[in-house]
Design a binder for this molecule. Structure first.
Ligand code: MN
Length: 284
């Protein structure tokens, strides 16, 4: 199932070029009292929600995908986890660039672990990216994003995929500079998630997905998740060896070679096989 959040927080199931509006299914989510749970309620109750959606689907009104505003499919992630360099070709690219600029060493997940992006940076495809520090270089990074479905701590890699609710396309936007990654990648709108959540059953093998990104029609990044240095099960094992993972937590799995600058007025197209494509505008 391809599940989207659109317009004024409506819930939809994407079928080809149409969305079936199943917002009424959200009634099955609990009415929370303070304090709110440290996870995303929609993902936590996805099984119950799916049953409700199935009963509504046949008579649900339809709307064209191209006519709606697509919001982040996950509204309230507890945390956004990012893997640094995790493709061999990007490791080489980043190392050569950093040596030129800072003489710094670039290390992957195994050496430096993950970073966190502020949840306030999260937007959907239709909201687009709004530039900060336009005088500095701002880069696109397309990444497969894993959406955690089940709470877990110290998850073994062999059990890891059972903790996955689904997948989405992510843009880990980055302003270049000397600040910590967590700051440079946490600017408002610098975490794009979309165009929707592809539930885990839609993706038979997350380790064989084609990834591509173009800017204004020019190809920039092209890869396959089979080239990940550390695959998804090991990423989940490693992340959860430090912190508990909760339903709705987002894991950005790293970007391949071809990262490059964007500026206001650019149009990014990001695609991952099995999920779909999203057009993301860059605003001043
Ligand atoms: Mn990244």
């Amino acid at each position: 199932m391809l599940l989207c959040r659109f317009n004024e927080n409506r819930l939809g199931v994407v079928q080809g070029q149409c969305i079936r509006d199943v917002t009424a299914a959200l009634d099955c989510l609990p009415n929370y009292r303070y304090p709110l749970p440290s996870c995303d309620p929609l993902v936590e109750h996805l099984d119950t929600l799916t049953v409700r959606i199935q009963t509504l689907l046949g008579s649900a009104p339809t709307v064209a995908v191209e006519s709606v505003t697509l919001l982040s499919p996950i509204a309230n992630p507890g945390k956004i986890i990012g893997a640094p360099v995790n493709y061999q070709d990007h490791l080489q690219e980043a190392t050569s660039q950093e040596e030129l600029h800072h003489g710094a060493q670039i290390n992957g997940v195994e050496q430096i672990g993950f970073f966190l992006k502020a949840t306030s940076s999260l937007v959907g495809a239709s909201e687009g990216v709004t530039m900060r520090y336009p005088d500095r270089r701002n880069d696109h990074e397309i990444e497969l994003v894993v959406i955690i479905g089940k709470k877990g701590n110290k998850i073994a890699s062999k059990d890891a995929l059972a903790h996955v609710a689904g997948y989405a396309i992510g843009l880990d936007m980055t302003v270049r500079g000397l600040e910590e990654r967590s700051m440079r990648k946490s600017i408002d709108t610098y975490s794009v998630l979309g165009p929707w959540l592809a539930t885990a059953d839609e993706i038979s093998d997350p380790g064989t997905l084609d990834i591509s990104l173009s800017v204004n029609g020019h190809a920039r990044q092209m890869a396959n998740t089979s080239d990940l240095i550390i695959g998804i099960p090991k990423l989940i094992e490693h992340a959860s060896s430090f912190y508990s993972l909760h339903p709705g937590d987002l894991l950005f799995t790293g970007t391949p070679a071809g990262v490059g600058p964007v500026k206001a007025g650019d149009r990014i197209k990001a695609s991952i096989s099995g999920i779909g494509s999203m057009d993301v505008s860059v605003h001043a």
